[in-house]
Design a protein around this ligand. Structure first.
Ligand code: GTP
Ligand code: ZN
Length: 200
């Protein structure tokens, strides 16, 4: 499933020094007054953006509710906004995830699905891997009849640099179980999230 976080033996001071090195490389003087606190701020920001390595997203799904007797239809959480970073350029990936699952006898608190998205998004990612990791985590932990994940995101590595194409978004999907095997279930999910026949 997810990559195991690599043991972190880098100190705060070493991380700040790396930022000073980049500032020098860019032609700046890290001792300039306006930049004095920048390494500390950058490391703090990175702690936030890459906080996913400190969590196992499966843990968010351990608390489930059985008191939903009679409910055996699809649950969909759509438009879960997230921020991630691409592992090629460390540039932001900004987008929305849509997550659906077909509970068997247990449901999970809906905020936990959004926490799973963030747990994987706050790592260095490629969108295909992010999509698959979210789906597999839910499938393995909750063992529902199926899971569907669609992600619609824009990659700043291709909007603010490189090929410079603004307005382009990338759509990926991972369908497991009934969502993969049954076209009607998949179509219902896509209709719920507003993707049907190509228009939103
Ligand atoms: N499939 C996929 N590609 C991605 C993702 N994020 C970034 N990329 C692409 O990864 C590729 C890396 O290509 P390289 O040629 O090694 O890097 P580069 O020279 O910076 O490429 P350009 O972005 O074209 O300037 C680029 O085509 C990016 O658009 C992602 O989530 N999924
Ligand atoms: Zn990139």
């Amino acid at each position: 499933m997810s990559d195991q976080p690599h043991p972190n033996d880098v100190s705060q001071e070493q991380a700040e020094e790396a930022v000073r090195t980049l500032l020098r490389w860019a032609g700046e003087d890290p001792a300039r007054e306006g930049l004095l606190d920048t390494p500390k701020r950058v490391v703090k920001a990175y702690r936030d953006w890459f906080s996913g390595y400190a969590s196992d997203p499966a843990d968010y799904l351990r608390r489930t509710f059985k008191e939903v007797a009679g409910y055996d239809e699809m649950v969909v959480l759509r438009d879960i906004e997230f921020e991630s970073h691409c592992e090629h350029h460390m540039a932001p990936i900004i987008g929305r995830a849509h997550v659906g699952y077909l509970p068997t006898n247990r449901v999970v608190g809906i905020s936990k699905l959004a926490r799973v998205v963030d747990g994987f998004a706050r790592r260095f990612q490629v969108q295909e891997k992010l999509t698959a990791e979210i789906a597999q985590c839910i499938q393995e932990t909750l063992q529902p009849a199926g899971v569907a994940v669609v992600i619609d995101a824009s990659h700043e590595c291709m909007t603010t640099r490189g090929v410079h194409k603004r307005g382009v978004s990338m759509i990926t999907s991972q369908m497991l179980g009934t969502f993969r095997d049954d076209a009607r279930t998949r179509a219902e999910f896509l209709q719920f999230i507003g993707i049907h026949g190509g228009s939103r």
